[in-house]
Write a new protein. Structure first.
Length: 458
């Protein structure tokens, strides 16, 4: 087992664990720190909420919200006047920054649009690849410890660029704002041209999107919510459990867990930068993960020395301290860069910073990460807002097999097969042989009936 130590006084208020893997060989995954999140434990409670919403529609959604959040908005659909007013009263500087974020995210995601393509296998034998957007999506924007207008941008822009025709947003009602979602979220929606916003959060929001309005609401009413094809966006354990249970009724982007940052760094890194970046993601949640991977004892010590003062100077000191002290956060000591990359690729971080000598080359060797931030001037916070990349990313090691939100998330690839009679006849015997090999003779018969007796004999 790796040796474990804690920081000695005077830093004992913030005790970030150290994992020493320098003497370890073989698979490092068993040593990697992770947040312990048991989504299954929430499934029973969430299943009950889903059934209530499915049976009771709007009334059930409002009742559940009042029970769990203590808020009951005047209606689920946010009135257009409330949305307009939110933008009209938003600070000009915030509007300008949101507009710049939108511009950059549109530029990056616009380059993701795939082109249709047709492959001609033989004369008269064509297979086309056609990209078609999902019909309607529901975008979930959290509203718990923080306000996330940036998540509005990150969800809406790729959906719009993909060509999704119908987009709705759900965000928790806020007691401080008359039971409506936070005004900054509403303003961001307005900037993006989204006017269908619902004041609903938690598992009930995901169920609401899945089933839509009940039969008591006229389909031509402004209050009517059509079921969606897909739900995207992060949320708490109850939102995640709802997405898991409703997958199949709706498509989902991922089961997002707590945020995480991993930093691969060497002696060339600025310890104050590294410490600040670890803190930046710990600010999200007490179970957020902040992990430093380094072969440098000097850097590790200096980062640990920087943390207490930086943490004390932030607004959310208590939350950050708990996150950094948690089992999901650590300073991981490795023998060298090679072992560091082994740890990085085994972890599959949501956010990975590479702050090393020749950081671009090192970053090119990373296989598993949601997003990679290269060098000293590309902090994760840049990606959270204005890099142009998307901040809805795979967590909990899911970057080893999945990707972050993109234009592709909202597109489906439809293959179009167009063969002429002669092209079918050219391959007919192969279809007959293979269908017989699989003991599915009716498959072959579907081709044989299209052949004359002479062609079948040949």
């Amino acid at each position: 087992m790796p040796s474990q130590s804690v920081v000695r006084p005077p830093y004992d208020v913030l005790v970030m664990q150290t994992l020493d893997l320098r003497s370890e060989s073989g698979d490092v995954r068993r040593f990697i720190p992770r947040a312990q999140i048991d989504v299954a434990s929430a499934e029973a409670a969430v299943a009950a909420v889903i059934e209530r919403v499915k049976a009771g529609g709007e009334g059930a959604v409002l009742d559940v919200g009042l029970e769990f959040d203590g808020v009951r908005p005047a209606s689920l659909r946010v009135p257009a006047a409330v949305i307009d007013n939110a933008l009209a009263n938003l600070d000009t500087a915030v509007i300008e920054s949101l507009e710049e974020a939108i511009r950059r995210v549109r530029a990056v995601h616009g380059d993701q649009l795939p082109e249709p393509h047709t492959s001609t296998i033989a004369p008269g034998a064509n297979v086309s690849q056609r990209w078609v957007p999902v019909d309607r999506v529901g975008l979930y924007v959290p509203g718990g410890r923080a306000v996330y207008p940036s998540s509005v941008v990150m969800n809406v822009v790729p959906a719009q660029l993909a060509g999704v025709r119908s987009i709705a947003i759900a965000s928790p009602p806020q007691r401080d704002f008359g039971g409506w979602p936070h005004p900054t979220i509403l303003a961001a929606a307005k900037l993006l041209g989204i006017d269908e916003v619902y004041a609903v959060g938690g598992a009930q929001a995901i169920a609401w999107f899945a089933f839509g309005s009940d039969s008591t609401v006229p389909a031509d009413s402004a209050a009517y919510c059509s079921p969606v094809s897909m739900v995207t966006g992060p949320g708490n354990i109850y939102v995640t459990a709802a997405k898991r249970l409703l997958r199949g009724v709706i498509g989902i982007d991922s089961e997002a867990g707590p945020t995480e940052i991993m930093i691969l760094a060497d002696d060339t890194a600025d310890p104050r930068h590294v410490a600040a970046d670890l803190i930046s993601q710990a600010e999200h949640d007490v179970i957020a993960a902040s992990v430093l991977v380094t072969a440098s004892d000097t850097l590790a010590d200096r980062v640990i020395e920087e943390l207490p003062a930086l943490v004390a100077s932030t607004k959310h000191t208590e939350r950050i301290t708990e996150a950094l002290n948690g089992p999901q956060s650590a300073v991981v000591l490795v023998r060298d860069l090679e072992q560091g990359l082994e740890v990085v690729n085994a972890y599959g971080a949501e956010h990975l910073e590479v702050q090393t000598q020749d950081s671009q080359t090192v970053a090119s060797r990373v296989r598993n990460a949601g997003a990679i931030f290269v060098g000293p001037w590309s902090p994760v916070s840049l990606g959270d807002y204005c890099a142009g990349s998307n901040h809805v990313l795979p967590t909990g090691g899911c970057a080893c097999f999945s990707s972050g939100l993109s234009v592709h998330s909202f597109l489906r690839l439809i293959q179009v097969v167009d063969y002429s009679r002669s092209a079918l006849l050219e391959v007919a015997n192969d279809v007959l042989v293979l269908s017989a090999a699989e003991d599915l003779p009716a498959h072959g018969q579907a081709v044989a009936v299209r052949m004359t007796a002479k062609e079948a004999q040949e």
